[in-house]
Design a protein around this ligand. Structure first.
Ligand code: G3I
Length: 445
């Protein structure tokens, strides 16, 4: 640490003690996708395949550039529960521990989907399918409870014309199966953001209108849903729609987050770069667009490799599309300083109520690291007597003598990559007082 860094560290430390939220001016523009996105309050993720984690170029690129991961196939039903009631978590666990050990967040993909289903699910009828689905959701979400930032609870449930896809779930359980899945998911991991995820819903059309109506209905009736995923698989037959940003915004206006979940754009050179730039700019223009995930690290392992749709070529070289994305995020290509000036980590906290019953409500606090990684965090939650916090999850609480002020610290490893988030939750018995709890500042360690 040089003198300037030491002075800066001291100054930030003092501000943190004073309880202020610190936003330091960047010492230099971020030079990776994850760090640049973090400066814009977003994550930048990629799909990951467990069987590539032994390849050093793959892992080095993943670790350097991304601060969120989605297992590409390892959390699908056929991978996790190939035989009824017998769960194989090994490959998915490898991805989750790789990510979390480096402070990256994890998207869960996916719980209820017509594809990549083991045969036994397709053979169930009625109540057997309902209980098998609930059990799958409970077991899988329970296995990673508190470790998955967002789950794709239901994937690709609509046809292009906006009618329901004729899946085994639709046939056996009827229209209510999506709602049932989201309710089961909230109960299984109250801390995870619950998303509906689909493709060809990126612009306004019959399919996205149907998803919009579903989300609007859920919001009106209090069915739990937190986010909508837009897969964003683009090519010349299915280009980036002209109303992409407006479509993201209309969903955000329903009170849900929007996420770009499986981005890839076939093409090359400047044309591909310009399309990627448009997508990133659209996300940045929508405040509830919380992050972007590309569907793979390198063209050579893409699900459609001939389309070269990703940001790194088969030799892990950065493509023009990479430069366009980094620039759109406000980063700059490469830091010439081999020992760039680190800024000590800061963090911020935000609160939302996630559920309410006649006598109590659940709250969720999201902790977000600032523009550099942090190794731990602390914040406080104050409730108003006669309110009482009855239970907490995904954190280690301590209490003041009044019992009204809870200090929350991480449960185990509290490290977060730059811009990464985690969250904890709690249940408040209202005892007639429905005042929203207040948060103290977030302090780092
Ligand atoms: O692992 C087996 C291997 O053992 C076997 O030899 C080989 C022979 O075909 O298959 C391998 O499994 C393949 C798997 O990818 C892993 O590479 C499957 O056949 C193949 O069907 C599977 O494709 C995946 C596809 O979903 C299945 O629907 C792609 O990797 C994955 O990128 C793709 O992802 C989907 C999202 O989940 C949902 N949205 C669309 C997106 C693109 O299709």
């Amino acid at each position: 640490m040089n003198i300037r860094q030491a002075v800066l560290a001291g100054a930030l430390g003092a501000l943190t003690v004073a309880g202020l939220v610190v936003t330091a001016a960047p010492a230099s523009a971020a030079s990776t996708l994850g760090a640049a996105a973090a400066e814009r309050g977003r994550y930048f993720g990629t799909a990951v395949a467990a069987n590539r984690l032994g390849e050093s170029d793959y892992v080095n690129t993943l670790n350097r550039e991304f601060n969120s991961v989605t297992p590409e196939n390892e959390m699908k039903w056929d991978a996790l529960e190939p035989n009824q009631g017998s769960f194989n978590y090994g490959n998915a666990d490898r991805i989750v521990s790789h990510a979390r050990g480096r402070g990256m967040s994890v998207r869960g993909h996916t719980l209820v989907w017509h594809s990549q289903l083991p045969g036994w699910v397709n053979n169930l009828s009625g109540s057997n399918l309902r209980s098998a689905t609930n059990n799958h959701i409970n077991q899988v979400m329970g296995h990673w409870r508190g470790q998955i930032h967002s789950w794709d609870v239901v994937n690709e449930a609509f046809e292009e014309n906006g009618t329901r896809r004729n899946s085994v779930f639709q046939r056996q359980l009827g229209n209510g199966y999506i709602e049932e899945a989201f309710r089961a998911a909230r109960a299984a991991d109250p801390n995870a953001k619950l998303c509906y995820n689909d493709y060809n819903t990126d612009g306004q059309n019959a399919k996205s209108n149907a998803v919009y109506a579903l989300v609007q209905d859920f919001r009106n009736r209090g069915v739990p849903i937190d986010c909508v995923g837009f897969q964003s698989h683009f090519n010349s037959q299915s280009p980036v729609p002209s109303d992409y940003q407006q479509n993201l915004q209309r969903f955000a206006n329903l009170g849900v987050d929007v996420q770009i979940t499986e981005l890839d754009i076939e093409g090359s050179g400047t044309a591909q770069a310009n399309n990627y730039r448009r997508v990133v700019e659209a996300c940045l223009a929508v405040s509830r667009c919380t992050g972007i995930t590309v569907w793979g690290v390198t063209d050579k392992y893409s699900w459609r490799p001939n389309g070269t749709p990703l940001l790194f070529d088969g030799n892990y070289n950065k493509k023009p599309a990479y430069d366009a994305v980094l620039a759109a995020l406000g980063g700059s290509g490469g830091d010439p300083d081999p020992d760039p000036d680190p800024v000590p980590g800061a963090c911020t906290v935000s609160y939302e109520e996630t559920d309410r019953w006649p006598d109590r409500f659940n709250g969720r606090v999201t902790v977000t690291a600032g523009r550099s990684a942090i190794s731990g965090w602390t914040t406080t939650v104050t409730v108003r007597s006669p309110q009482r916090i009855a239970s907490t999850w995904n954190g280690s609480p301590t209490w003041d003598s009044s019992g009204n002020v809870m200090t929350m610290r991480p449960n185990g490893n509290g490290s977060l990559a730059a811009g990464a988030t985690t969250s904890f939750g709690f249940t408040v018995m209202a005892n007639g007082n429905w005042t929203t709890p207040t948060l103290g500042s977030c302090t780092t360690s």
